[in-house]
Design a protein. Sequence first.
Length: 349
Amino acid sequence: MRLGLNLGYWGAGNDAANLELAREGDRLGYAVAWAAEAYGSDVPSVLAWVAAQTKQIDVGSAILQIPGRQPTMTAMTAATLDTLSGGRFRLGLGVSGPQVSEGWYGVKFDKPLARTREYVDIVRMALRRERVSYAGNHFTLPLPDGPGKAIKLTTHPVRDNIPIYLASIGPKNMELCGEIADGWLAIFYSPEHASEQLELIKRGRAKVGKTLEGFDVVPTVPLVIDDDWERAADLLRPYAALYIGGMGSRQQNFYNALACRMGYEREAAEIQDLYLAKDYAGAAAKVPLGFLDATSLLGPRERIVERVQALAEAGVTTLTVSTALQDLERGIAALRIAAEALDKAGVGS
């Protein structure tokens, strides 16, 4: 298992701190620094900035939003970032959610699995530097009966194959991830529930005659170092409540559904009711301590070592830690402790 770090969203007043975290990860031998986008900062600009000021660490999108770009534009961006970074770019993709897709991008949130499959097909075709000609249900290139023609990408990426990751939460999407991607970007990953999720990934791999060998399992895991792990968990309550209660609508919230599959149906419903009623503190208070503990790294150094070992045994190949809710000093200290924990757990690669 290797380590990564998630820088979260740029532009929230923490830009200098995020850059220093990436530099520290680079010095510590972390494998990859990921950045996110929603409807604020865009990922490619952030990753170009980070790549220019680091030496060895990969830079990855977690995620580039599929409704925000045509697939050929994403291929151009991936090729450019791979070239600028000297072959250090990883392409993470996701469909976002209905509120952002339809409210921000004006793209109907329908048939996300089929749209993702076609999108990845076209991105791979473009990155192979083939002339892009595609007739799908969601994407048609070139447009028929017009002046357009099949065009080939002119930029040469450093690598023949830029790894593609999918952010997948639902069962069908995880199976698709195993089938068409090189890695899985996971959230709220619990060693105690991982076998069910990985079985879905394996099912997708089997469809194309592959196993989990070489497939990158990459959960983002909040990391808070504190002698009192329950106090550390309290720091994460608003973050978990936002996802379980406020991401998406009452009818369609993938994170809420994930919490339900993990056995927290009643609590997930309560959190959503409170969050949608704008009682954010009440929603945070309802997040089960067991859920936070199962999906995070919390507590003193010795406890972190145990959980790191459990995550490795549960199939994680790149453990991406997030210190986003802490100040820079605590964040850097946490990155160093995670590196030490990986070594003490004896599961590093």
